[in-house]
Design a protein around this ligand. Structure first.
Ligand code: HEC
Ligand code: HEC
Length: 311
């Protein structure tokens, strides 16, 4: 078996500054929602609609995200605090940076791509430095987690995912709100949840951002069609979008917390406007998804979701 692609670690250090602390905290909390996977929350099934889930651990202390003894799978969001034994305390700045953008752990093994390093590749060098500076400031929390268990086939496929970043990554294109929004949406991984996948786990290009994927928790809400189609959210205006993300309500309808609105709500008005401008550049895709209806099989995406039988 050939190992994953990786570059050697360097001795670079990221100088802390108030600007970097501030930007890093914003990226971790509002944009890339790192803590959602790296902290323990109440069981997702207990989530109240329209309410954020309750944090049960110290922030960043890690959590078992998924476990199935039958399938021999355990996915763990590791402890990101500065604890030397159970966290990142002994990792160099560059080791943390390499894990985030290139998917390689300190010991050289490939990270399972639920950790969205494929998306984080585009994170600018300055933003990356800010994230590392902020993580370094997290108070150490000793939290021993059980080891991850990734079945052989997936572990093998994972080896092909990491790609070294060897060129400088410049600041994102902020020429228009839509290009700025594209950067934020990439770091926020909107497409991971909102673009349905086929049976080989590949995103279906004709249904880009057209939703329909049932989430395995809460009341099983499927992701929404966010394209500017009649079956999507063409009826939204900017103000309604901002209100939905800030409050978890679309009019009287509540949004399931499987949609991380409770993390994105910390985005600034300007950044939310930018994400909305980006959503408006998407190609309209016809795909009815309605979580207030019982799930039925959809021939377009192959999943069961409300109004699936109307597609
Ligand atoms: C969708 C869930 C998810 C999100 C969002 C996420 N991570 Fe992760 N992260 C993981 C998982 C799962 C792993 C472990 C992968 C494995 O076991 O191979 C991981 C691993 C890591 C590691 C390696 C730690 C170790 O001990 O191996 C670092 C560092 C890290 N993540 C930082 C971040 C940062 C910083 C962000 C936000 C910019 C972030 N993660 C966002 C799920 C996530
Ligand atoms: C972890 C998965 C996940 C991610 C990441 C995610 N979403 Fe969602 N989103 C959902 C789910 C599930 C729903 C449906 C919630 C419901 O109907 O209760 C949803 C619904 C929405 C809605 C409400 C649409 C409606 O029904 O009126 C908007 C708006 C939205 N998402 C925007 C975004 C944007 C923008 C991003 C990226 C910045 C994003 N989402 C990232 C899972 C996700």
């Amino acid at each position: 078996m050939i190992g994953a692609k990786k570059r050697p670690l360097t001795s670079r250090k990221f100088q802390s500054s108030p600007e970097r602390m501030h930007r890093g905290e914003y990226l971790v909390h509002a944009v890339a929602k790192c803590m959602g996977c790296h902290s323990k929350y109440e069981e997702k099934a207990e989530h109240q609609k329209g309410e954020p889930p309750v944090l049960l651990s110290k922030e960043g202390a890690g959590a078992v995200l998924f476990e199935s003894a039958d399938a021999g799978v355990r996915i763990v969001g590791p402890n990101l605090t500065s604890d030397p034994e159970t966290g990142l305390g002994k990792w160099s700045d560059d080791a943390i940076a390499r894990a985030i953008r290139e998917g390689i752990a300190d010991d050289g093994h490939a990270l399972f791509p639920l950790m969205p390093y494929e998306h984080f590749r585009i994170m600018s060098d300055e933003d990356l430095a800010s994230v590392v500076v902020f993580l370094r400031s997290l108070p150490p929390v000793r939290n021993e987690l059980p080891p991850a268990k990734i079945p052989f086939l997936f572990a093998r496929l994972t080896l092909g995912v990491p790609q070294p970043v060897t060129e400088p990554v410049p600041e994102p294109d902020r020429l228009t709100p839509a290009t700025q929004g594209a950067y934020l949406a990439k770091l926020g991984t909107c497409t991971d949840c909102h673009t349905p996948r086929n049976s080989r786990f590949q995103p279906i290009p004709e249904l880009e951002m057209a939703g329909g994927t049932p989430m395995g928790w809460g009341d099983g809400a499927a992701t929404a069609n966010l394209t500017p189609d009649a079956s999507g959210i063409v009826y939204y205006d900017e103000a309604q979008f901002i209100e939905a993300i800030r409050t978890g309500y679309v009019g009287a309808r509540t949004l399931n917390s499987a949609m991380p609105w409770w993390e994105f709500r910390n985005l600034t008005d300007d950044d939310l406007k930018a994400v909305f401008a980006w959503l408006r550049t998407l190609k309209p895709r016809h795909h009815k998804v309605d979580n207030t209806e019982p799930p039925t099989l959809c021939k377009l995406c192959g999943k069961k979701h409300g109004f699936g039988d109307r597609n």
